[in-house]
Each structure stands twice: as C-alpha cells, then as structure tokens.
Write a protein that binds this ligand. Structure first.
Ligand SMILES: Cc1cc2nc3c(=O)[nH]c(=O)nc-3n(C[C@H](O)[C@H](O)[C@H](O)COP(=O)(O)OP(=O)(O)OC[C@H]3O[C@@H](n4cnc5c(N)ncnc54)[C@H](O)[C@@H]3O)c2cc1C
Length: 381
C-alpha cells in the first residue's frame, strides 16, 4: 500500500525520487552493508547530493525547508532497502544527531558542522547512553569540565550507532553536577579528537549499522562547540528524542507493511495439505489482525506527523506511538516468521531478519517502559 500521507504531487514526486534511489543504489547493496557491518560512507554523500539529508532544515544551511511529512516519505521508502541497520544509520544522521544543532546551534557551529552533514560530506552520531545509564538519562556521568575556552571530557558512551562511520558526535555531558536538570550540555565532539577511542560491539540484529562503545580520556573541544546554551542540554535532548522516536514509528510501520505484503505472497505460493497456506482460515485471520494493527499504528503515527507539521507539541502522541509501533512491529515479525515455517528461521529470510531487528524498537530511543513512565507523568498519574 502506498502511503496517503499528504499525497500532494510534491510528495508523490519526492517519493518516486527516493524510491528510484533505493531500488537502484541502496537495495542492491543491502547485503554488502550487512557484511561490512556499516553503511558505505559514499552513500551519505550521494544522499546529500540528492538533498535527502536536510529535508526539514533551513535552506540557509543547505536544507530543503520542508516539513515532517517529507521525512515520513523518506523513511517509508528507505525501509524498502530491506536493511533495518542501514535505515537506522541514516536516521541517526538526519533525525537523531542533527536536529538540536539545527534548532539551537550557533551560526558558526551550523556552518562548521551542519552544512557538511547536510551535504553528506560528514556523518554524525548521537551519544547519550552510558554503560550505567540509559533509560535514566539524568543519571549519565560523562563529565565536561571547563578549562579556559575548552571543555575537557572524561567518561564513556555505549551502544552508539554510526560509531565507526561518524565524523562527530552530538554528546550529552554533565557540565554542572550540582545543577540537576540544568547541569547538562550538548557538545559537538569530532571523532578524531585526541583521547577519544571506540570499540565496536557485536549485535544480534541490525547488522548493517555499526554500534560502538566510546571512551573519553581528557578529550578537549572548544566551549564554542556547545549546542545552544550551556546547561540546557537535557531539555534540548528531550526535544531531539521526539524526532528520533517519530522516525522509529514511521520506519516500524513501513517495515511491518512490507513484511506483511511479502508474507501474504509467500502464503499464497506455499502449498500444504493440498491447498495454499493463505486459504486456511486461521492464516487469513492472522493476516487481517496484523493489517488492523499496522493500520492503527500508522494512523497514530500520521497523527503525530500532522501535529509536527502544524507546529504543535506532539510529545504525548509520539510517546504513545513509539509504544504502539514497537509492540506492533514485534508482533507482526513474530507472526510472519511463524508463517514462513523453517524458511523464516534462515538468515536470508526477511521475516527472520525482522524478528531480530524489530526487537530493538521497544528498547532503543526510550524503552516501552520509559514511554509508559513519561505518559503516566503527562497524564498526572
Ligand atoms: C542497537 C542499538 C543502538 C543504539 N543506538 C544508540 C545511539 O546511537 N545513541 C545512544 O545514545 N544510545 C543508543 N542506544 C541505547 C538505547 O537508547 C538504550 O539501550 C535504551 O535507552 C535503554 O537503555 P539501557 O540499555 O541502559 O537499559 P536500562 O536503562 O538499563 O533499562 C533496562 C530495562 O528497564 C526497563 N525500564 C526502563 N525504564 C523503566 C521504568 N521507568 N520503570 C520500569 N522499568 C523500566 C526497560 O525494560 C528497559 O529496557 C542503542 C541501543 C541499541 C541496542
């Protein structure tokens, strides 16, 4: 099913441009990126040339000045490359590590880091999670201490996507341990800074992306690399999470839809006990239930996108959508692997890959329980 989200001729034309790129340049290399364990950096440059990397960003910095509906179209199409890791690596760059820089960064910082990122000349990563603090963001310990005009950074960050590919990190660090939620800052840290090193981690899924553990030992960057005001990092990161979560919702729905379509095709061809699997009533019930769940998740996601396009705060809806989409994607993957039988368990099967890849959605970018925790607070419970 083609999305009807804001189906203007501009959206349709943009969708066709992305689809062509995905079909001709991304999908043919999907398995190669699994083997590499990361995306070829040249691909970011190509997406920069095509104007995909700064869709919502100001033209002044090389962006396209479009709205969230175009970001939704981009990821609905990128998901078709059939490599969740690749999709995640790209979305980290476009929607997880750069939104704060665009919204709050100084002009000098945007000129130095955002412009090349939008062109795809550099790749970014977001560094929030630490070995001892993930869901509890305010519990992070990585410390940036001011020495003259520099920050000196010590600590570690883990599970960082684009670890080996990134040229710079959007780091969340403690700049004033006594200031509570006013004691954090977002700081741009080039990955070639002396004292910064990483180890790659081995994941059960999302093989097309590189995930790593970073160590900061007296890493020195200018205080001018602070995004926005010193002490506003926690609040800015909470806002940045909204884009991260919404892109996860869009990708989950598009991925589930694609897997559903493929599984229907498989069930039509697979004959057992003298008839196609798709003709068994129990199979039809499963397909209908899955499509109902996918549609419900899509409508909630689109409601979030519409709010974002209208410039409204969608934190509550995005938290709900993240919860719903993560659970839906896992359920669809589980049903689809079952419907594929033994073949579903093979590494080459899309259902098998989805089974491990979708598991991340309910953990990364705020676990299901984190969403429930926020929602309970927002609902005044
Ligand atoms: C493949 C991958 C890529 C990632 N990429 C990045 C990245 O690029 N940058 C980055 O900064 N981080 C990244 N992460 C980290 C991810 O965001 C964290 O794993 C996630 O936020 C959960 O944190 P944690 O792993 O420390 O789990 P913990 O915080 O230890 O949580 C453990 C479990 O506790 C439960 N829980 C959470 N909150 C509550 C609550 N309020 N009440 C009850 N139970 C609760 C949940 O089930 C949760 O999963 C990535 C993770 C993975 C696996």
């Amino acid at each position: 099913m083609v999305s009807d989200l804001f189906g203007t001729p501009e959206h349709e034309s943009f969708r066709q441009t992305v689809r062509k790129f995905v079909d001709q340049e991304l999908a043919p290399r999907a398995r190669e990126f699994d083997e590499m364990g990361r995306i070829d950096k040249a691909l970011f440059r190509r997406m920069g040339e095509l104007g995909f990397l700064g869709l919502r960003y100001d033209e002044k910095w090389g962006g396209a000045d479009l709205d969230w509906s175009f970001s939704a179209v981009l990821f609905e199409e990128i998901v078709r490359c059939d490599n969740a890791g690749v999709s995640m690596g790209i979305s980290v760059h476009t929607d997880m590590a750069t939104p704060s820089l665009h919204q709050f960064g100084s002009d000098a910082l945007r000129a130095e880091f955002l412009v090349p990122a939008i062109r795809g000349e550099t790749v970014s990563a977001i560094a929030v999670t630490e070995p001892d603090a993930g869901s509890d963001v305010a519990g992070i310990k990585t410390r940036a201490q001011r020495e003259g005009d520099d920050w000196v950074i010590n600590g570690s960050k883990t599970y960082i996507t684009n670890a080996a590919t990134a040229d710079w990190l959007c780091l969340l660090a403690v700049t004033d341990p006594a200031a509570g939620h006013g004691g954090f800052s977002q700081i741009i840290v080039p990955t070639d800074s002396p004292g910064l090193r990483y180890d790659l981690l081995d994941k059960i899924g999302n093989w097309g992306s590189d995930t790593g553990l970073f160590f900061f030992e007296k890493v020195r960057v200018p205080v001018a690399n602070t995004i926005g005001e010193v002490g506003r990092g926690f609040q800015q990161q909470m806002m940045q999470f909204q884009d991260e979560r919404l892109v996860a919702c869009v990708s989950s729905v598009a991925g589930a839809q694609l897997l559903w379509e493929r599984t229907v095709e498989y069930a039509k061809e697979r004959v057992l006990f003298g008839k196609p699997l798709s003709k068994m009533q129990v199979t039809q019930f499963k397909f209908v239930e899955m499509m109902t769940d996918i549609t419900a998740a899509r409508e909630l996601t689109y409601a979030c996108v519409r709010k974002r396009v209208a410039g409204e705060d969608a934190t509550r809806e995005i938290s709900m959508a993240k919860l719903v989409c993560g659970r839906m994607a896992r359920k669809v993957a589980d049903e689809c692997i079952q419907l594929h039988g033994g073949y579903g368990y093979m590494k080459e099967s899309a259902a098998g890959r989805a089974f491990v890849d979708t598991r991340l959605i309910s953990i990364g970018g705020g676990a299901d329980e984190t969403m429930i925790h926020y929602l309970a607070k927002m609902l005044g419970l």
